[in-house]
Write a protein that binds this ligand. Structure first.
Ligand SMILES: [Zn+2]
Length: 246
């Protein structure tokens, strides 16, 4: 009787192990963690460059894959100190980059700031520079790692730095990773809100945590994605999250 139970357990475990090894052909993740059902297709006007800390690459809970698969114009560059990185250098030559990062000198995205950025670009004497399209650069990592990436890179420090208005910065739904600080949005949420504001034009004032223009479908999918992720760990409640890693 007991050996039958053991056999059953063994076959079950082997099956789970085998299933976990089969990768989805589209997102290249184990089928159990396939994100394809949560992706959307958004034609973003502003190109997005995600600078991902190497330790985030293996983060299966990371949201960057979902973001990158949902935006039509998005690229991911992995590294800690990205000064001199060939891909980033290419981005700098091709775009007028702004960095979404709440540094001390970061300016809150506002309609005035958008006008200012447009003016700054126009006033450049170099015609080649002032026709470059905007691109949004974001850092993907824990707070400590994003800080480190920022401090290590002169290139990043020299970019105009912007942050989200409070009403959006504190709207995070992220419940998977350890987040306990204010302004602790996931990379996906922060990018969606920043893009919605930067592309809003006269609709700027209408962008809210629940109405982020064409990015709202992705934010909704992200909420479903979070619930899907949580379903894998019923034994852990939100209250057990630590606050020291973000
Ligand atoms: Zn998939």
């Amino acid at each position: 009787m007991m050996s039958k139970v053991y056999n059953g357990c063994f076959i079950y475990c082997a099956l789970i192990f085998f299933m976990s090894r089969i990768l989805c052909l589209t997102c290249q993740r184990p089928q159990k963690a396939c994100i394809c059902a949560f992706t959307t297709n958004i034609n973003n006007d502003i190109h997005v460059v995600i600078l991902q800390h190497p330790s985030e690459v293996s983060q299966t809970k990371g949201t960057v894959a979902l973001l990158a698969k949902s935006l039509q114009s998005c690229q991911v560059i992995v590294g800690e100190n990205l000064d001199g990185d060939a891909l980033l250098t290419e981005v700098m030559a091709q775009y007028q980059a702004i960095l979404l990062y709440p540094s001390e000198q970061a300016e809150t995205i506002s309609q005035n700031l958008l006008l200012e950025l447009a003016e700054r670009q126009k006033s450049s004497e170099n015609e080649e520079v002032n026709t470059r399209p905007l691109c949004l650069v974001i850092l993907d990592g824990t707070w400590k790692k994003a800080y480190r990436m920022f401090m290590l890179s002169k290139t990043l420090q020299q970019l105009p730095q912007v942050c989200l208005p409070e009403s959006l910065a504190n709207a995070g739904q992220y419940r998977i990773r350890k987040v306990a600080k204010k302004n602790a949005l996931s990379s996906l949420e922060a990018s969606c809100y920043a893009l919605a504001l930067l592309e809003a034009g006269s609709d700027f004032a209408n962008i809210t945590p629940e109405q982020a223009g064409k990015y709202q479908p992705l934010l909704n999918k992200f909420q479903e994605f979070n619930q899907f992720q949580l379903s894998f760990r019923p034994e852990q409640s939100n209250t057990s999250r630590k606050s020291d890693d973000s």
